[in-house]
Write a protein that binds this ligand. Structure first.
Ligand code: AHR
Length: 326
């Protein structure tokens, strides 16, 4: 009986060792990616863009998606070349954030002919052709412009302003956020006779350009400027030191309105040097992975996916704003 017990014990130990070996061998084997996704990013022009890239890379890993990532360094021709490389590699799905809206028809037709579905991320394209892309995952930029203007109207009311001179520092010319943020803002202030846009100037979403634009605007309009409406945090952060150098206190002498909601801008909002930041979330990776997997599986997808966004401003207790993560 004792010998029998010993044999059973030895056999169970042996089975346990074999099983452990087997399992660890399996874990070492490379996991077959569920999908090959080619993604062409615009560049690294802002904290927003860097946050967007990180989010897409992290979500690709989480979803078991193999990512061919290309950074176009702010050039449309680099994005077109990248899309052609994705087609040559026969990726399952192509995604890209078009730097500007026009000029994509040829390359998108090539992707269509190759049978590769295309997802637009963050920004839109403008085309008369049908069916070149499957969907757009990105912010409602028009609504962001509306929210910026609605804040301004409330602020002007609370300060009792009778006349409001605005300078606008816009994002990259002909890009979707530039066009739609401007349209949303202009449409919303149109019914308010106090509001006047002195000048709109192209800051290309860059901090250095934000500073240059602000210098130029201060040189032309000086103390006539009541409001700076800047299309992103980077340009706002570039403009603020120029305002201070010119002897004005941002947030008090001039109302400062920004868009994005990156941590640095939120910290400046808390200091009182920015009055309002409209959120534009860069966290589009989850929707992108889920949509790409559906397309590979031949399923239908929503043609337009907008994340929910909010407004941060001096109307609220800014100490309660949670860390932003970008
Ligand atoms: O397309 C989104 C915009 O692009 C963000 O507002 C800006 O910061 C980025 O560069």
């Amino acid at each position: 009986m004792k010998t029998m017990k010993k044999i059973v014990c030895i056999l169970s130990t042996l089975m346990l060792v074999l099983c452990t070996l087997g399992c660890s061998k399996k874990a070492e084997q490379p996991v077959e990616p569920r999908l090959l996704l080619g993604f062409s990013q615009i560049g690294s022009e802002s904290a927003w863009r860097i946050g967007n890239t990180r989010d897409i890379e992290a979500c690709a890993e989480e979803y078991g998606v193999s990512l061919m990532f290309e950074n176009a360094n702010q050039k449309q021709e680099n994005q077109i070349d990248a899309i052609r490389r994705f087609i040559a590699y026969k990726v399952d799905v192509i995604a890209f954030s078009p730097i500007v809206e026009e000029g994509w028809d040829n390359v998108l037709n090539e992707a269509k002919e190759a049978g590769i579905p295309v997802i637009l991320v963050d920004r839109d394209v403008s085309t008369d052709a049908e069916g070149l892309t499957k969907c757009l995952i990105g912010a409602d930029f028009y609504k962001e412009g509306v929210m910026a203007a609605e804040y301004l109207i409330r602020k002007a009311d609370s300060l009792g302003l009778e006349h409001v001179n605005i300078v606008e520092i816009t994002g990259t010319e002909n890009s979707t956020p530039m066009r739609q943020r401007q349209a949303g803002f202009v449409d919303t202030i149109a019914g308010d006779d106090r509001m006047v846009i002195l000048e709109s100037i192209d800051g290309d979403f860059l901090k250095s350009r934000g500073a240059e634009c602000m210098r130029s605007l201060l040189g032309t309009y000086g103390s006539d400027i009541d409001v700076v409406f800047s299309h992103n945090d980077e340009m706002t952060l570039g403009a603020l030191p120029e305002i201070e150098k010119a002897g004005f206190v941002p947030g008090q002498d001039m109302i400062i309105i920004s868009i994005d909601g990156g941590q640095e801008a939120i910290d400046v909002l808390k200091e009182g040097r920015i009055n309002c930041v409209v959120e534009c979330t860069p966290k589009l990776g989850k929707e992108l992975m889920e949509t790409a997997l559906k397309l590979k599986a031949g399923e239908e997808v929503d043609t337009l996916i907008h994340p929910v966004e909010e407004v941060f401003s001096d109307e609220q207790d800014t100490s309660l704003i949670a860390p932003r993560g970008y």
